[in-house]
Design a protein around this ligand. Structure first.
Ligand code: TRP
Length: 337
C-alpha cells in the first residue's frame, strides 16, 4: 500500500480580471500538472482583491466566474481539485488576525512585491491598511490547508518567505508543531514579459494576452509586440535575449528545433520580425483555440459553475476550521464555552 502522504498544493488568484498567459506560465500550468500527484486547492482570492478594490466590489464579483472559467478551460478538473471562494471561508480572516500579532509592521513595509504594487497602483500615502497586510492573510490561506507547496510566479516569493517566518514564530512561541512550512514552486520561466516588453505581463499594465482573447485580438496584439528596437532592417542581426517574441516562443512552442533555427537566423540577420510574429501567432492560436472553445462551452451553465464553487467551499471550510481549532488550542484560547 502507498503509505506516502499526498502533498498538498495551494494557490489562488485575485478575481479582478480574466487570466492571461502570464498566469498560465507562472502558475496555472503547474497546477494542471500537479493534479494527478497532489491534493490541489485553488482559491479565488476575492478578499485579497478587495484590499485594493473596496470601491469596485462589482468588478470582483463579476470576475469570480470568469476566473473559474479560465481554470476549467485550461484543464483544472473540479473532481480532483478543490476550487473555492476566499471570503466564504471565515476561518481565514480569523487566522489572519492571530498571525498579525507575530509579525512587525516594519517587516510588512519592506515587502518588495507590495512596495512595487503600491507604486504601480499610484497609492502614494493612501495605502489601504488591508492592502499592507494582505501578505499575512496569504500566510493564513496557505497554512489553513497545511500546504506543502505553493505553485506561484516569482513575484510571490516574498509572500512564501513571510509565511515561513510566521509558521516558525508560531510554532516556537506556542511550543508545538502546529503549522506547516510551505515551499514555493516556481516554474523555470518564472515571469512572462508583457507584449510591450515590460518585465511582467499584467492586467493593470495593459500589456496582456488573455486566455479568452479571440484569434483576431491575438493577431492584433502580436502585431503590436515589442521586439528588438535596433532590428530596423531585415538584414540586420537581431537580438534574441530579452526579445519577448522569442520568450513567448520558448514558453509555448513545442517544436524547439524550429525555434532554435529561427533564433540563429534572426541573430545572423535576414529574418524579418513579421515572420517570427507570424509563427508566434500560429503557436499561440493553436494553444488558445481549445481553451477558448472549452471556456465558451461552459460559460452558459451558471448553475453548474456556482455548484463547483459551492462544493469546493464546503470542503475548504471543513479543512480550514480544523486548522483554526488547532491554532486556538495551541494559543490557549480554546475556552470551554
Ligand atoms: N497574491 C496572489 C495574486 O496576487 C493571490 C493569492 C492569494 C495567493 N492568496 C494566495 C497565491 C495564497 C498563493 C497562495 O495572484
Amino acid at each position: 500500500m502507498d503509505t506516502q502522504r499526498q502533498r498538498i498544493a495551494l494557490t489562488g488568484d485575485r478575481p479582478t480580471g480574466k487570466l492571461h498567459l502570464g498566469h498560465y506560465i507562472g502558475s496555472l500550468k503547474q497546477r494542471v500538472d500537479l493534479q494527478t500527484s497532489a491534493d490541489v486547492l485553488i482559491m479565488i482570492a476575492d478578499g485579497q482583491a478587495l484590499t485594493d478594490h473596496a470601491d469596485r466590489p462589482e468588478t470582483v464579483r463579476a470576475h469570480i466566474l470568469e476566473v473559474l472559467l479560465d481554470y476549467l478551460a485550461v484543464g483544472l478538473d473540479p473532481n480532483s481539485t478543490t476550487i473555492f471562494i476566499q471570503s466564504k471561508v471565515s476561518a481565514l480572516t480569523e487566522l489572519t488576525s492571530y498571525y498579525l500579532n507575530l509579525i512587525t509592521w516594519n517587516r510588512l513595509k519592506h515587502n518588495p512585491t507590495v512596495k512595487l504594487e503600491i507604486q504601480q497602483k499610484g497609492f502614494g500615502d493612501e495605502v489601504p491598511a488591508g492592502f499592507m497586510i494582505y501578505p499575512v492573510s496569504q500566510a493564513a490561506d496557505i497554512t489553513a490547508f497545511d500546504a506543502d507547496i505553493v505553485p506561484v510566479g516569482d513575484d510571490q516569493i516574498p509572500m512564501i518567505e513571510l509565511t515561513v517566518e510566521i509558521v516558525r514564530k508560531f510554532n516556537r512561541l506556542y511550543k508545538k508543531e502546529v503549522l506547516k512550512e510551505p515551499k514555493a514552486l516556481v516554474p523555470s520561466i518564472a515571469r512572462l514579459p508583457g507584449i510591450d516588453g515590460k518585465a511582467k505581463m499584467g492586467k493593470s499594465l495593459k500589456n496582456a494576452i488573455y486566455l479568452s482573447d479571440t484569434s483576431s485580438d491575438l493577431e492584433k496584439k502580436i502585431k503590436q509586440m515589442y521586439t528588438d528596437p535596433n532590428h530596423t532592417k531585415i538584414e540586420d542581426p537581431g537580438q534574441v535575449e530579452g526579445n519577448p517574441v522569442f520568450t513567448y516562443l520558448d514558453a509555448f512552442a513545442t517544436d524547439h528545433l524550429h525555434v532554435q533555427s529561427m533564433k540563429e537566423h534572426y541573430q545572423r540577420g535576414g529574418l524579418a520580425d513579421v515572420k517570427v510574429k507570424q509563427y508566434l501567432f500560429e503557436v499561440l492560436n493553436t494553444f488558445l483555440t481549445p481553451i477558448r472553445e472549452r471556456r465558451k462551452a461552459l460559460s452558459d451553465d451558471v448553475t453548474y459553475l456556482w455548484g463547483i464553487l459551492k462544493q469546493g467551499t464546503l470542503i475548504a471550510n471543513q479543512r480550514a476550521s480544523q486548522t483554526l481549532n488547532r491554532v486556538r488550542s495551541a494559543i490557549g484560547i480554546d475556552y470551554p464555552i
